[in-house]
Design a protein around this ligand. Sequence first.
Ligand SMILES: N=CN[C@@H](CCC(=O)O)C(=O)O
Ligand SMILES: [Zn+2]
Length: 437
Amino acid sequence: MAGRQRQRLLLENAEQLVLVCGRREPCLRREGAAGLAVLRGASLVVGLDGCIKAVGQADVIRDQFLEATFERIIDCSGKCVLPGLVDAHTHPVWAGDRVHEFAMKLAGASYMEIHQAGGGIHFTVEHTRKATEDELFTTFQHRLERMLRAGSTLVECKSGYGLNLETELKMLRVIERAKKSMDIGISSTYCGAHAVPKGKTATEATDDIINNHLPKLKELKLSGEIHVNNIDVFCEKGVFDLESTRRILQAGKDIGLQINFHGDELHPMKSAELGAELGARAISHLEEVSDEGIVAMARAKCAAVLLPTTAYMLRLKQPQARKMLEEGVIVALGSDFNPNAYCFSMPMVMHLACVNMKMSMNEALAAATINAAYALGKSDTHGSLEVGKQGDLLIINSSRWEHLIYQFGGHEALINYVIIKGKVVYENERCETMSSY
Ligand SMILES: N=CN[C@@H](CCC(=O)O)C(=O)O
Ligand SMILES: [Zn+2]
């Protein structure tokens, strides 16, 4: 009987325990995302296997586990428990920051002007090609730790600053190493079509990816060396057009990768229509998506990964989150951490989504938990506090969970514990003294 066994963790008597959902929903849409499941005066148990064993009213859990022993008990009185946040879009492996380009953009240069002049992604590619695997791993590890301290427990991580096979594989090996050695969950994405490498046409780059990169990834998967989850393309005017994008994504799908790509960011490309047709799991950006594309994504259950930091940073038109939500699109969020948009924090991303994209706080939290997990094909194990799911949790030092969004940039003093598979991986002592101010 579970109630008599040894368990890993008991979180006792939380003021609010935010389940997000409670009926094994794979994602939340429309009113599902508008009203989240929240318990008051509740407790949660994680077992030795790292999975949630029970969630419910504190007195019920106390009776049920009267004879159990726990490796750790945390008194959550006056605090809130939430699922670990899921960041559905990041580019965290690179060398060479682009602070100088931030200054250029503030002075009026556009993202594409800098890219076409050989900067932007090309600048980062040059530096990433020169960096050793260990150098890339060290900075990547620090970035993941910063994401973790901001509440992310599952993160999508892309390659894409190599463009040639050698450096793309170097980046993917770095990601694989972190998958094996770090607590934070990682969904890895091959993004060799992030830009057209210097000296090649888009067609030549597409052929190289299909004939050389993808067969190598298949081989490395079979040998167990690198296991990639998703395939990505930057489908954009002056980068990869719709036809090249289609060829690359289809070839990725054929070797078992989930389609999850950049579309309709700076120009309307009909990326959403293409993604829906190909059975994409998710499309990111979508600032310039068409009305037909929105309807097609809703029908195909293709998640929209919205990236508020990018729209804010580049002063783009905001993606039409409200229209997407009303049409029944699965809306997820990502930080888009990269040398252009240097933000690790999903709480800040949720805040921007609320203010700039007019999402409610409930919708933003659903988008940063269950729907982001859906975008990565992981909502059966992540994204909500339900029995059987992985025990990835946050405890915040506040009696209302909405403080995580409301306090813009305040998460450093608010996030008290980050827990993965029932193990405390970050404990923030400063929080006790600071968060009430
Ligand atoms: N738009 C394409 N890719 C990234 C930016 C990458 C970069 O500029 O280094 C994005 O999602 O914002
Ligand atoms: Zn991106």
